[in-house]
Every structure is written in structure tokens, then in C-alpha cells.
Design a protein around this ligand. Structure first.
Ligand code: NAD
Ligand code: UDX
Length: 462
């Protein structure tokens, strides 16, 4: 019987996933640990609206189970020692140095976890890869864990997470599937069953898929590559639509009604962001190359190339439409997060569009309901395009959308927050410089209505 679970990594995956496990498994004590003291303090904040991740429905669950059977702590060793199942949910970013720089996944945090577990564990453990990892990482983890020679037995499972940010709680409560990969040995199968039993508390058996470890690891990269590929495919079509008078929304609807294609993930946009798609595809490309599979690598790399093009195209379009210069012009950004209902900005298209426009000496006014000025500046500074002071001077942030748009030459919609649809666009129009332009990077506003008001409207693929 599993009674104690530990999760290393209290991030966008570890936090929500463990909160749901704790809620659905009242007999299991779940401890989420992290080296980041500030992050753990925020998870323990008395007011659950201050937890470090904005995710609809999450504060309610944390309120319900925190202090009951869900704990957030920095005592990594203690949690490892006590747990029967240890989830590794640490970040696996793209390497920024050395071999595979800019492509391969940086596995240093994963290796640190494995070494920590090997050092601390005194009883047998099931170690679960929750992080997204290159195929065959379990082999490396196993070799580290088995190196101590102290007789402790480890089983490594791969249990990738498919939640999307902004809908994480819904995705965790009603997953399309739970994927668990494990060793084909008797002990491996026993470990798989232990994890199946945990999920069976709320997930129906037909939704729990068990495979070998390598299939599970590779399925996660494959799923993200396929999802991102759909976006790059529709974005490629959006450019053709703009040249031909076709409307990408109509094209998406028409093809999505084919049950073999399906309607989801066909929204043309300013380009996909988020911490996963680019990182995981680059990793897939790197893996393919490392096996000498150059055609496979080139095929998937095109998804990223198309996405870069879509982001660049959006900023160039703004410059071109504003009479080829945005120098000293005010461009109001509505949205900075990479999608709605999250405070996460990793790889957000907004960062790259802002960077391009600052290169053209524009002034960027930003409003995002969940992203702070500090975060916006640190996102830009991370690109190292210019001195931090220049970014400071080029970005003005607001907590009111109407003030953001006042005297602006153009508005750019970067995130599809629902509230943007409900604004008083007449009022906004009045306060702007004329002609007043809107560049709707998410196709969320009503073109006809805005044109009626007087705006010059530019959507994606329309
Ligand atoms: P994150 O950066 O939000 O969280 C990772 C946490 O791990 C950080 O708080 C960090 O301090 C902590 N950490 C790193 N090394 C540690 C160590 N040795 N000991 C203790 N704590 C440590 O990352 P995330 O978005 O939660 O992603 C985690 C993994 O899940 C990644 O592999 C990612 O690819 C994958 N994933 C992410 C999503 C998503 O939507 N964000 C979805 C599915 C899968
Ligand atoms: C993704 C996967 O969906 C999820 O299964 C995986 O576990 C983690 O990576 P996430 O990045 O959180 O989730 O959000 P997602 O909804 O996939 O959106 C990613 C990006 O694609 C966002 O910038 C979003 O705006 C964009 N997108 C999505 C589009 O441009 N068009 C679409 O049709 C869908």
C-alpha cells in the first residue's frame, strides 16, 4: 500500500499534479519539495490566491488539502527518505552551453535528483519520471541509482504529464489518458501497478495506458511535436490566406469538420509559446540527429522554423502597416502571457514581438492581468539584445487596459484573455492616435464591429 509520495519540483507541473493526487487520495500523504525557498514559502502562503502559479481552480484545491495530506517543504532529504514513490518533476530546459547547446535538454537537475535519491534512500523506492525527458533517460537514472551498492532496490517508471497550463486542473481531473511506462520484469510490473492504483482513485481503467519505458518517454515528445505541428501548419496557411482572400478561421473550420483531422488546435496565432513545445521539439530534433536520422530531424525542425517566421511576420507587419516606422510610437500590448489563464510567460510570442519593436525604437505599453512588470523586464533582459536600462525605458506597464491604450498608435493583442473581448472599444478608439490600428494576434476580436468604430483591423490569416 502506498501511503507516502514525494515530488521533487514545486513548479507548474509538480504543484498542481500533487494537489490533485492529494485531493483524490486522502490516504496518501503527499509532500512537494523544492530547493527554491521563496517558491515553497509562496506555496505555503496563508492566502491561497498568493500561491506561485496562477491556475483556475488550484487555490480551492490547495485550500482543501494543504496541511491535511498535502505539504510543501524544502526538506528534500526527509521527504525522499519517507516516500515509497518519488516523482521527479524538475525543469528540463534547453541546454544553454556545451554540446547540444540550443537543442538538447539540460538534464543536470534530473541527474542531481537521482544522485540525491541514491544518497538518501534507505528503503526500496519507485522513482517516477514526471518531467519530460529524452527517450532512454531512465537508463541513466537507473545507473546512478544502482551505483550505491547498498542493496536498496529502485524501479524507474515514466509517467509523463499531459496537462496544459490554464486548464491544468480540468486536465488533471479528467485526463485523456494516463501513461505509465515501466520495466517488463515482475518487479517493474509491480511498480507500474502501484502507480496505476494511485491514479485509479479517480481515473477509469480504460484511460490508464501502460507501456514499456522507452515508448512512454518518446510518446511525450511525440505528442508535443504533433500538437505544435498543427499550429505551425495552420499558421503557414494563415500567410497564404492573407495573400489570397481566404479566411483562415473558415479554412480551419472546414478542415476540422473532417473527423480524421478534428477541430482542436487549429487556431492561427502570433505563434505558439510556452515552456514545452519549442524545447521538446528541439530535443526531438537533437535526438534524431544523434542517431543520424537527418530527414527526421529536418522534418520536425520545420515546425520551429515556421513558428519563428510567424512571430517575425507579426512584428514586421506592424512596422510595415504603420508607414514603415514605429520609432517613438506607442504600441499597446494587451497580454504578455503565452496563453490565457496562466501567469507563465516562458517563450511567449509577446517577448519576441516586443524585442523586434524595441529594435525599431517603439515604446511598448503593456497590460496583462496576471504578469508583473518585473517578469516582463526579466523576460526581455534574458534575450540580452540590449542593456537592461534600455528595456526599462522602452516598456511602460499598466494595471488598467484603458490607460494602456491611451494615445497609442496601435494595439497588439498577444494573449487571448477573455476580458479583452469585453472592453469598451469605442472608448479605447476615442483615446488613441488616428488612424487607430489593431493587430489581433489571436483573432479574438470582432473585425466588422471594430471597423465600424473606425479601427484599421489586422488579424492573422484574415
Ligand atoms: P518549473 O520550472 O515550473 O518547476 C521546476 C521546479 O523544480 C523549480 O521550482 C525548481 O526550483 C525545482 N528544482 C530544480 N532542481 C531541483 C532539485 N534538484 N531539487 C529540488 N527542486 C528542484 O517547471 P515545470 O513547468 O513544472 O516543468 C517541469 C517538467 O515538466 C519539465 O520537464 C517540463 O518539460 C515538464 N512538463 C511541463 C508542462 C507545463 O505545462 N509546464 C507540462 C507537461 C510537462
Ligand atoms: C502544451 C501541451 O498542450 C500539453 O499537453 C503539454 O503537457 C505541455 O505543453 P501548454 O504549453 O501549457 O501545453 O499550452 P497549449 O494549450 O498547448 O498552448 C501552447 C501554445 O500554443 C500557446 O502559446 C497557445 O496560445 C498556442 N496555440 C494553441 C495556438 O497558437 N493555437 C492553437 O490552436 C492552440
Amino acid at each position: 500500500m502506498i501511503t507516502k509520495i514525494c515530488c521533487i519540483g514545486a513548479g507548474y507541473v509538480g504543484g498542481p499534479t500533487m494537489a490533485v493526487i492529494a485531493q483524490k487520495c486522502p490516504n496518501i500523504q503527499v509532500t512537494v519539495v523544492d530547493l527554491n525557498v521563496e517558491r515553497i514559502q509562496a506555496w505555503n502562503d496563508d492566502n491561497t490566491n498568493n500561491i506561485p502559479i496562477y491556475e483556475p481552480g488550484l487555490p480551492q484545491i490547495v485550500t482543501e488539502v494543504r496541511g491535511e495530506n498535502l505539504f510543501f517543504s524544502t526538506e528534500v532529504d526527509k521527504a525522499i527518505d519517507e516516500a515509497q514513490i518519488i516523482f521527479i518533476s524538475v525543469n528540463t530546459p534547453t541546454k544553454t552551453y556545451g554540446k547540444g547547446k540550443g537543442m538538447a535538454a539540460d538534464l543536470k537537475y534530473i541527474e542531481l535528483c537521482a544522485r540525491q535519491i541514491a544518497k538518501v534512500a534507505k528503503s526500496d523506492k519507485i522513482v517516477v519520471e514526471k518531467s519530460t525527458l529524452p527517450v532512454r533517460t531512465a537508463e541513466a537514472i537507473k545507473s546512478i541509482l544502482d551505483s550505491t551498492g547498498n542493496g536498496v532496490q529502485f524501479q524507474i517508471l515514466s509517467n509523463p504529464e499531459f496537462l496544459a497550463e490554464g486548464t491544468a486542473i480540468e486536465d488533471l481531473l479528467n485526463p485523456d489518458r494516463i501513461l505509465i511506462g515501466g520495466d517488463t520484469s515482475v518487479e517493474g510490473q509491480k511498480a507500474i501497478q502501484a502507480l496505476v492504483d494511485v491514479y485509479s482513485n479517480w481515473v477509469r481503467p480504460e484511460k490508464i495506458l501502460t507501456t514499456n519505458v522507452w515508448s512512454s518517454e518518446l510518446s511525450k515528445l511525440t505528442a508535443n511535436a504533433f500538437l505544435a505541428q498543427r499550429i505551425s501548419s495552420i499558421n503557414a496557411m494563415s500567410e497564404l490566406c492573407e495573400k489570397t482572400g481566404a479566411d483562415v478561421n473558415e479554412v480551419a473550420k472546414a478542415i476540422g469538420m473532417d473527423s480524421r483531422i478534428g477541430p482542436k488546435f487549429l487556431k492561427a496565432s502570433v505563434g505558439f509559446g510556452g515552456s514545452c513545445f519549442q524545447k521538446d521539439i528541439l530535443n526531438l530534433v537533437y535526438i534524431a540527429k544523434s542517431y543520424g536520422l537527418n530527414e527526421v530531424a529536418d522534418y520536425w525542425e520545420q515546425v520551429i522554423i515556421m513558428n519563428e517566421h510567424q512571430k517575425n511576420r507579426f512584428s514586421s507587419n506592424i512596422v510595415k502597416t504603420l508607414y514603415n516606422t514605429v520609432a517613438d510610437k506607442k504600441i499597446a500590448f494587451l497580454g504578455w502571457a503565452f496563453k490565457k489563464d496562466t501567469n507563465d510567460t516562458r517563450e511567449s510570442a509577446a517577448i519576441f514581438v516586443a524585442n523586434d519593436l524595441i529594435n525599431e525604437q517603439a515604446k511598448i505599453m503593456v497590460y496583462d492581468p496576471k504578469v508583473s512588470r518585473k517578469k516582463i523586464l526579466s523576460d526581455l533582459n534574458y534575450l540580452e539584445t540590449r542593456m537592461p536600462e534600455e528595456n526599462e525605458n522602452s516598456i511602460v506597464t499598466f494595471d488598467n487596459p484603458y490607460l494602456t491604450c491611451e494615445k497609442a498608435h496601435a494595439i497588439a493583442i498577444l494573449t487571448e484573455w477573455d476580458e479583452f473581448r469585453k472592453y469598451d472599444w469605442q472608448k479605447i478608439y476615442k483615446s488613441m492616435q488616428k488612424p487607430a490600428f489593431i493587430f489581433d494576434g489571436r483573432n479574438i476580436l470582432n473585425k466588422a464591429e471594430l471597423e465600424e468604430i473606425g479601427f484599421i483591423y489586422r488579424g492573422i490569416g484574415v
